[in-house]
Every structure is written in structure tokens, then in C-alpha cells.
Design a protein around this ligand. Sequence first.
Ligand code: UDP
Length: 470
Amino acid sequence: MAEEMKPHVAFLPSPGMGHITPLFQLAKRLVLRHGIRVSFLVITTAAVQNFLHSAASTLSPGLSIIKVPPADVITADMPVLTQTCLSLRESLKPLKSILIQLNPNALIIDMFTTDAIDVCTDLSVPVYSFFPASTILLAFSLHLPTLDHEIEGEYVDVPGPIQVPGCKPIRTADLLDQVKNRKIDEYKWYLFHVNRLRFVAGILINTWENLDRSTLKALRENSFFQNLPTPRIYPVGPLIKDEEHLTDHKDEEIIAWLDTQPRESVLLVSFGSGGILSGEQIIELALGLEMSQQRFILVVRRPAHAKAAVVSFGNHDEDNNPSEYLPDGFVERTRGVGLVVPAWAPQVAVLRHPSTGAFLSHCGWNSTVESLAHGVPMIAWPLYAEQRMNAALLVEEVGVAVRVRIAGEEVVGREEVERVVRMVIEGEEGKGMRSRARELKETARQAFDSGGSSFDSLCSVVESWKTHGA
Ligand code: UDP
């Protein structure tokens, strides 16, 4: 079919690779498998815009990247979410004229681009939201306006866990950071955006039926808003990078090293694109890995001065030198058994490799989905945002992870690191987690293939786009 005859969908992700990556995968899939034409609007750095532009241009004429310049509203010490939301509000001022020109059949927004809903209402363009995090966070977020209305004071002071209709109760200690203090702007921005989810035509989510069955059921069977139906939920995952080009020599060396290791023997240790540990914590982590005598790939960033973990997105810190902050002699003593990788590793390629046996992760949702779609059990070491909720899901419901015991802001000791590493790689519990992870890998594959639940779910959204404006 000629490109201009195909249904046309525009995408509007929030900045940040955790948002852009799965949405870009969804866009590719719609173009390549579902006969859709996509205009992918990106409000982010020129480097990421150019990367996406070249990735899209080699793929298909049906996928165009539209660069929207990001507004600069950042002031010193402004928290990440406030920065993102203020910048998006400014950057989205030209959205109406862009959409008039594009004239799409639908717009897919994500968590923090809900300002687009008003524009689309004016233009009669249906809006769908893509939720890039876990189903339990979605359920909590849909319920948050009700909690905001019903609960006085802080949620963290409520005795007992937080009840979300139909879902497993959430321990207040596991709540996402943005709702732990209702007086700050981060909370207000989060509430503002999730409150607007009630106005979208449907919510696509990066999961699959077997991973999150009970929460998906809760989302479908419960009413989250007075006088308004809950938008239809479409699980369309796992959406992960389907191939990863090893961009440099360093990446190739990592894979070559894995090629020489025994099957399922190596632990990948990585805290996502933003997680940074304190200096003291990195030392304990490294010594715990050494004491465990297991093979590992340790991805490390220069430590933060703070005692607790901090988040620093977009800084790949290319020139960091791990021997400056790892324990003395660690790199030499563990040579052959472990590989220390500064800043950034080709995570999906490592998780896909048969020598990888487990993943110690901060439990960001993309990392979680990538691990489970490759059948790799996890050690959950949540740091910030909603990662503690993800960890609870993985350990208590899905049974594919062990959680590191973290006491408040205390440093996790080397003995605890040794315990969890041994448990997952060589213990009986680890065997159970691995076999559960393998089952999930198979269900992920089935869900994503033609005729699977995620494939069918996507087909049904596509049908509604085809009829709109036809
Ligand atoms: N990632 C990677 N190499 C690294 C660290 C992270 O490729 O060394 C990728 C990872 O594969 C995932 C994303 O960065 O796709 C991290 O997203 P996630 O949602 O897990 O965590 P966030 O970075 O948003 O906290």
C-alpha cells in the first residue's frame, strides 16, 4: 500500500531513554508488522534526535522522526521530574500546528506529555497513552487521585499498606519516591499527569499477560474513576531493543569475554541509565562480588558524594576510571573471573548471551522486561522512583528474584551481597528462579509472536485507528 494511504499515528514520548526506547520499539513494530505510518516526535538532545533519525531512515519510509527543540527551563537544584514537566510544557507550545500539518489518525503520548490531550481534543484526534512502567504502578497511578482526595497527611504515615482496587496491597515503604512527600512539586506534577489518564481512549503497557496477570485483571475489572470508565488496557510487551549494534571496541570485548565463560555462569551488575552508588557502597558491592567467587560483569559509574544512591540521567561519564574508586587491587584480583565496565554496557546483548546467568539490577522497568524476556533471574536492588514496587512484584508475585536487604539509607554490607549472589547463581532458590524466568521467557515469546496475546492486543488498537478518520 502506498505510504500516504496507510493509517498514520503520531508518537510523543517524554524525554529520557527509558521512555523513548520502548516507544521507538513500538513505532517500529507498528510500521513493520501492522502497516501503520508513524511520525515520531522527539523532544530531547540533538544527539539522541540524530541517533533516532539515522536508525529510522535505514528502517522504512513509514517511520519519520520529527525533531521538536527542547525548551531550556532548568534552574540549579530543580528535581528531575519538575525539570522534565516544565520543559515539556514550554516545548509543546508548537504542538497544535505540528499536528494540524501531520493530521494523524491518533496520537500516542506517555506519562508526562499529557498536555497534548487538550490540543487533541480541539483537533478531534484520539489520544492513547503508553505507560512505560509496571502494571502495579499503573494501577496505583490511576487510583492516586482518589487517594489524594481520601487520605489526609502523608501516605507514608498511613498505618498498613496502601490498597489499590483488586491489587496486592503496596507497602508504604515501597511507594514511588514522587508520592512520599505530598508537599513538593514532584508530587503535584505526578498527580497532575496521572489524573489526566482518565481522558485517553486506551492505555498501552509494556508487559504481557503471564507476567502481570492478576494486576491486569484488577485493571480490567475495577472502576478507578467516578462517572468515567477506566480506559481500555492493552498489554503489548515485551518491547525491548530487538538488536543491539555493538557501537565500539569496548562492547565487542565484553561479548568476546562472555563467549569464553561457561553457560549461565555470569552475573551482570548494572543500575540502569541513572543509578549512582556512594563510594562506600561501591566498595562493599565489589568486595561482596569477590567473596561470592562467582563470575560477573560490573558496570560502574563514578560514585556520588551522598551516602544514599542518587540519580543522574544522561551522564555516561565516559572517562571514569574505576580503579580510582574500587577497592585496592580489586581489578587485578578478579581478573578472568570478573569484568569491570566503566559507565555503560550493551545490556540487551549481555542479557541475551547464553553465558549470562543472573542480573543484579535497580529494577527499572526496561531492565526488568529485558531480563525476563531473556529468561534471566534477578537480584533486586531498587534505588529510586518506583523500583521498590517492581522489586516487590518480582520477588513476591512472579518469583524470579531475590531482594537485597536494605535498611533505610544504610550501606548494604559485603556479606549481604555475597549471600544474594551465591543464592541466585549456585543456590537451590536460584534454580527455582531460573526455571520460572525460563517459563516467562517462553510466554513472552508466545505473547509477542503473531496470534499471541500482546500481538492481538496491538491488532485491536490498530483496528480502532484504521476506522478513525477512515
Ligand atoms: N542500559 C544499557 N546499558 C547500561 C545501562 C542501561 O543499555 O549500561 C539500558 C537498558 O538496557 C535499559 C535502559 O538503559 O533499556 C534503562 O532503563 P530502565 O527503565 O531499566 O532504567 P532507568 O535507566 O530508566 O532507571
